[in-house]
Design a protein around this ligand. Structure first.
Ligand SMILES: NC(=O)c1ccc[n+]([C@@H]2O[C@H](COP(=O)([O-])OP(=O)(O)OC[C@H]3O[C@@H](n4cnc5c(N)ncnc54)[C@H](OP(=O)(O)O)[C@@H]3O)[C@@H](O)[C@H]2O)c1
Length: 237
């Protein structure tokens, strides 16, 4: 069974880590993908891997999610190529560095908010009328277990993720009458380049992708609202 065959999905942060793993997992079903990230070479590489996994030629566009006009242009171009999305996954995110509030420059704050919060807002805002017109859809936002606890030196990242959590929670209620499912995913520590050093004891990005795939592949009348998971070594709960 390939529940996502020919399903159109727009995915951010596809060049590496969790996003790349999600792209490759849904490609095995034959999903039609629009992918982005800044690293053009890595994007070409994931597009090749998606094709090799059996999916149709993906639409791939490198740009910076901090650029609001570029985010909207990506949505328009992907829509033109593939049609309106059935699934939108806001996966891309970053934490510039660990720093207490007084060491964060205002420009750094603005950029963190633009990538982690404004870009998902712009993409949900663009996808909503298309999903409404097609009779439904599914939005999946990759949050973090930082939404469930507070750690020093992570203030702006935590604020951005908690901001996206709130936006997602409200959008879930707004979108429900239009048969649009909205899922919030809260991964714990995952062994990707997001982290300053390797953590083989943490989740594999492929394991996170399996969890996201399960959320996407469940029966359509079932909406996963919140899903939290952590590596067994993590104790911050
Ligand atoms: N790793 C963890 O422990 C962990 C835990 C909980 C939640 N998360 C969340 O999971 C998501 C994926 O993280 P990951 O661990 O896979 O991190 P990652 O390996 O660093 O990958 C991040 C992805 O986001 C893209 N991205 C980052 N900044 C961007 C920008 N300004 N414009 C466009 N694309 C940008 C990157 O692409 P380019 O570099 O090519 O632009 C890359 O594809 C993030 O939202 C993160 O906050 C991660």
């Amino acid at each position: 069974m390939e529940p996502l065959r020919d399903t159109t999905m727009f995915l951010t942060g596809a060049t590496r880590g969790i996003g790349r793993a999600i792209a490759l997992r849904v490609a095995r079903d034959g999903a039609r993908l629009a992918l982005c990230g800044r690293d053009a070479a890595a994007l070409r590489d994931v597009a090749d891997a998606v094709r090799a996994a059996g999916a149709p030629e993906p639409f791939a566009q490198p740009f910076d999610l901090a650029d609001a006009a570029a985010v909207e242009a990506f949505y328009r171009a992907a829509r033109e190529r593939l049609g309106p999305p059935a699934i939108l996954i806001n996966n891309a995110g970053y934490n510039a560095r660990k720093a207490p509030l007084w060491d964060v420059a205002p420009g750094e704050f603005d950029r963190m908010l633009a990538v982690n919060l404004r870009a998902p807002f712009l993409l949900m805002r663009a996808a909503f009328p298309d999903m409404r017109a097609r009779g439904g859809g599914h939005v999946v936002n990759i949050l973090s277990t930082v939404c469930h606890f507070d750690n020093e030196a992570m203030g702006v990242y935590t604020a951005a993720k908690k901001g996206l959590m709130g936006l997602t929670d409200v959008f879930r209620k707004e979108a429900r009458p239009f048969n649009i499912r909205v899922s919030s995913i809260y991964p714990g520590g995952t062994d990707t380049a997001f982290r300053p050093s390797p953590r083989p004891d943490y989740l594999k990005p492929e394991s996170v992708a399996d969890a996201v795939y399960a959320v996407l592949a469940l029966p359509a009348e079932l909406a996963v609202h919140h899903m939290t998971f952590r590596p067994m070594v993590e104790t911050n709960f």
